[in-house]
Design a protein around this ligand. Sequence first.
Ligand code: ZN
Length: 408
Amino acid sequence: MALRTFMPGELLRGYLCRLRNENGLRDDVALATMLGVPRVGASNRSSSANLLLPALLAKLGAEVKSLICQHSMVPFAKYLAVSNLRSPEPPDFSDASYLWFAMSMGGIAPRLCRDCATEDLNALGISYWRRLHQLPGIDWCAKHGRPLSEVLRGAPFGESPLASAVHAIDISAKAVEAGVRSPVVRRYATIAETILETADRPVNFVCAATVIEKRALDVDLSVTKHPSLLSDEAMRQTPNAWLRMHFPASATKVPNKVGWIDYAGTLHASPVGMSTFSLAMALLWDDPHEAIKALSHAHREKLNFNSSFAWSESDLSDIWVKNRGCHKLIAAELDLNKDQASRRLTKAGLPLYGRHGFEELEKKAITSLRSGKTSSQVARACKVSEDLIERVLRSSRQTENVEMSDSS
Ligand SMILES: [Zn+2]
């Protein structure tokens, strides 16, 4: 079997197809079998990714992290990590959970540069898919400056760029030119390309949003209040056609009202994607490299305890119950001084009466419940939320269970 290694900047999904085509294999399952992976079910795509890639890496003598960082869209697409708000530094890209995302390129129309494809053919005898061409919002080849061409039919990356070029459709030169002429779009392109090429770990979204929120204030903009909203500035500074094509959410923007790109600086129910985030950076910094530097240090930002997103109310209730109302422990867990912690707890409607008060509340809740009262009645009597009473009861039931199983 021919197992040629990756080309520089070659996209993993395209590489696998190239490997299959060069060896006359039908699909990833056949490829896995070829690589000696035992029994991969055709229906179970995730197990084929889990087994195929490690086998491939072992054959090539490569590491998960270099594969993800050099041959997938992960460093850009997954740059913002929202999973764990408590840990400021998320795991780096060597985490195998990124492999499946690196494999799947679902939903995107592959893009190629006709000049790159021809050059590759002359120099290498093959053509290959570059990940730089797949960055959202960048419609031109950085090397040749010409508009990219989109492949709208067939299995994505199923054949070589050269073969796909025959039925690819060129992106309108006029639309590309409007983008290239705009300083914001050019900065956006530098930011997206640099992050794709250099990021080796994601940043915590909450920390990153804090950086954006602060930067907006520094340049007399805001992500929460009219006037001078970031979203209004985006509509003014960015070519309309480019926005409409790459940021459909911008169509919902109402002048002077908080919307889409403002959510890059706040924790909104639907966190923004990395392209919206990059556009926010391009609008807020004149120097794209300064923007990237600020973001990559985001985890060092002290979370602003007053900002609405530093800790959700539900997070705070959890912490309050876990530490049984003990002020000192709560302040330590929030990494705040006692004063700041008190203010934050009060804002979240949590009582400040300490460990003794917590035990009183717990006792009252249990006895009232036993005497047939509902948790909402208990909550009213104790002047706390029903949600808190339920959390207290849940935690005391868990403690009871642990004690029972300890004594048995
Ligand atoms: Zn090119």
